[in-house]
Write a protein that binds this ligand. Sequence first.
Ligand code: NAP
Length: 298
Amino acid sequence: MYDIIVIGAGPAGLSAAIYARRSGKTVLVLEESTYGGQIVNTPDVENYPGIAHVSGFDFATNLYNQAKDFGAEFKFEKAIGVEDGEVKKVKTSNGEYESKAVIIATGAKNRKLGLDNEESMIGKGVSYCATCDGMFFRDKNVAVNGGGNTALEDAFFLSNYCKKVYVIHRRDEFRGDEKDVEKLRSKENVEFVLDSTVAEIITSDDHVSGVKVKNKKTEEERVLDVDGLFVAIGQVPDNEDFKDIVELENGYVKALEDCKTKTPGIFVAGDCRTKSVRQLATAAADGAIAGIAASQYV
Ligand code: NAP
């Protein structure tokens, strides 16, 4: 039996594992895919205090190695439920593990546009990760949909390789940082398509060949000649598996800054928690708080 099981190996989960190990507790981290969470998709992190520039992948790898060096154990299995009791039982796709406390740090997943052929065009022109797939679109035209920091950073990254980058956003003001908007405005190969949404993904030869956008104010439709569509319209949480032991609010696990859920011994950290600022720094902060709180509980 472990002292603490952490569900999720993103920045929040890995930070929690580091703090719990430093408190002398045994820690198992469960992760359904690869370590790092969403930050691995960020080309250049430049707002983490104390680090001027680092790629998301390097940051995540350092964090993962740090947690491993402190003695956290890792199993790459999806947690599919937690049974409460003095001993908590975490069910996974492969089996069951026991612990005295559990930290849920499942992050969030990419929101989909919900268009008919969106899923079937993944890998054929539709992508949710500019860092991963941008290179396939060198010297081609692409569109980025979204107005948050992810969309702005993706568009800037792509503008360095692609012939033309359209930034499609449903409003004329951006949710992301003004500094990043200004950086994009200075690029000659970037065009903003504002007050607009993607109405249709156009394909030919089983590959994206264009995107039809509709202006919400004028109702005007326009076809953008692009080979790629990068969807960056935010995230949605994925905590349904834990709804019996924690309270969910719009899918997020309800908790205050102390990271305590309604169930003693079950904590929550990072983007999957109800909170107003979802940043790398706040995910790490949550991890520290939850790691210490869970250690004290044990
Ligand atoms: P976000 O901030 O939630 O922005 C999502 C964007 O997509 C918004 O502009 C939103 O429009 C738009 N959108 C949402 N649903 C849509 C739909 N169905 N159709 C069309 N557009 C839609 O998401 P994010 O950019 O992925 O960022 C998530 C969090 O990570 C944020 O807190 C962000 O600051 C942070 N982040 C930080 C960094 C960094 O600091 N380096 C990098 C990336 C992300 P509206 O604005 O109209 O709602």
